[in-house]
Design a binder for this molecule. Structure first.
Ligand SMILES: Nc1ncnc2c1ncn2[C@@H]1O[C@H](COP(=O)(O)OP(=O)(O)O)[C@@H](O)[C@H]1O
Ligand SMILES: [Mg+2]
Length: 361
């Protein structure tokens, strides 16, 4: 472990300039690391709090110059092209590496990988041709594009073959996956860190509410039965080990009405449902990522105080004065210039008294 230790004072390269990169850079700075953001935009919101270089993901010369300036590289979104990661890997270690994004950026591969790793999923079938349409039986279901979907984009709910055909046309006849609709009791996520030595640590499981495909709230403790929580954690750890990753992986899951826990999707990076850890956990998910990729011991994950994270989406962030005036609220704004509908502008973590719901006055 000592030889792969990347000590404070070193520089972490981050592919991507969004809020996850921004919060990683802030956590890295606290531990005495520098961060260098690489992203195609001339100014990124992560670049507001760290150094930044502009470059496209297929400019291998610019990537090599970036890699020369850093000690380790990570990514803050899973749609970085695999070739970009491969290019960086020639110069510096990239953690969590190429394998996790290979699976995470393609929903069909991802589901197959879950099954191979022993994680249960909803029934699914590929939809990429007219013949697949005729074969489809997973109704009612959700048709999802295999690549590039996020926050519920690139998805359509379908009840019949006719609706499936229409939805597939609307999605541009792209490679898709049809998943049967899960009648879930609730959604949860496990965020698991895995160190260079293969040790794992799972953050306490959060209960997530989505609206229109976008995460709205995460609550910890979740109030779920210990058996369900243990199963969710077991699946998260199993996934992290199966990916052999050094870094973080978030696993989104459904808890079905009959008590089963099914894998929905994964992200090999910090996750929106882990933002509560900044204000309410002994180690934040962002610090944990820094620890994992730099070879430091993983930090403790005790819940310091019960909390509920709420996303601020679009215009909701205009209410910032209300949030900063509320003593139970911890406000985080991402520095985005324009509030578009559906755009994540920030979040608030309410720190709760054990028996109370958040004060909204
Ligand atoms: N098979 C399914 N059954 C029931 N609900 C689903 C299913 N797939 C997705 N959803 C709902 O849509 C949300 C977003 O879907 P997800 O697959 O996580 O895509 P993304 O977050 O990448 O947009 C889920 O969190 C869940 O609320
Ligand atoms: Mg999701």
């Amino acid at each position: 472990m000592a030889s792969s230790l990347i000590p404070p004072g070193s520089t972490i390269g981050i592919l991507g300039g969004g809020q996850l990169g921004r919060m990683t850079a802030l956590a890295a700075a606290r531990l005495g690391y520098r961060s260098l953001i690489y992203s195609p935009e001339s100014d990124s919101i992560a670049g507001q709090v760290s150094d930044h270089v502009q470059g496209s993901y297929d400019d291998h010369g610019a990537l090599a110059r970036f890699a020369a300036q850093v000690d380790v590289i990570t990514y803050e979104f899973e749609n970085v092209p695999e070739a970009t990661v491969a290019s960086c890997e020639q110069h510096k270690p990239v953690r969590p590496g190429r394998r996790p994004i290979h699976f995470a950026q393609h929903r069909l591969r991802e589901k197959e990988f879950f099954r191979k790793s022993g994680l249960g999923t909803a029934d699914y079938q590929p939809v990429g041709s007219e013949a697949d349409l005729a074969r489809a039986t997973a109704f009612p279901g959700i048709l999802k594009t295999c690549t590039e979907g996020y926050d519920g984009k690139g998805q359509a709910r379908v009840e019949s073959t006719a609706e499936l055909e229409a939805a597939w046309e609307r999605l541009g006849r792209r490679d898709c996956i049809l998943e049967s609709l899960v009648d879930f009791d609730c959604e949860v996520s496990a965020i698991v860190a895995r160190g260079l030595d293969g040790r794992t640590r799972c953050f306490p499981i959060g209960r997530n509410e989505h609206r229109d495909g976008i995460l709205r709230t995460t609550t910890v403790p979740s109030g779920l039965r210990p058996r369900t929580l243990a199963e969710a954690e077991r699946l998260g750890v199993q996934l992290a080990n199966s990916l052999e990753l050094a870094g973080l992986v978030a696993l989104e899951m459904f808890v079905t009405r009959d008590g089963r826990v099914l894998a929905n999707e994964m992200a090999p990076r910090p996750h929106n449902s882990g933002h509560w850890t900044i204000d309410a956990c002994a180690t934040s998910q962002f610090e944990q990522l820094v620890r994992a990729i730099c070879g430091l011991p993983l930090g403790p994950v005790d819940v310091l105080v019960p909390s509920r994270m709420e996303n601020l989406i679009g215009e909701e962030a205009n209410d910032w004065l209300r949030y900063v005036s509320d003593p139970t609220a911890r406000l985080h704004l991402y520095g985005k210039a324009t509030a578009r509908p559906g755009r994540k502008m920030g979040h608030v973590t309410y720190v709760l008294k054990s028996d109370a719901s958040p004060s909204r006055s």
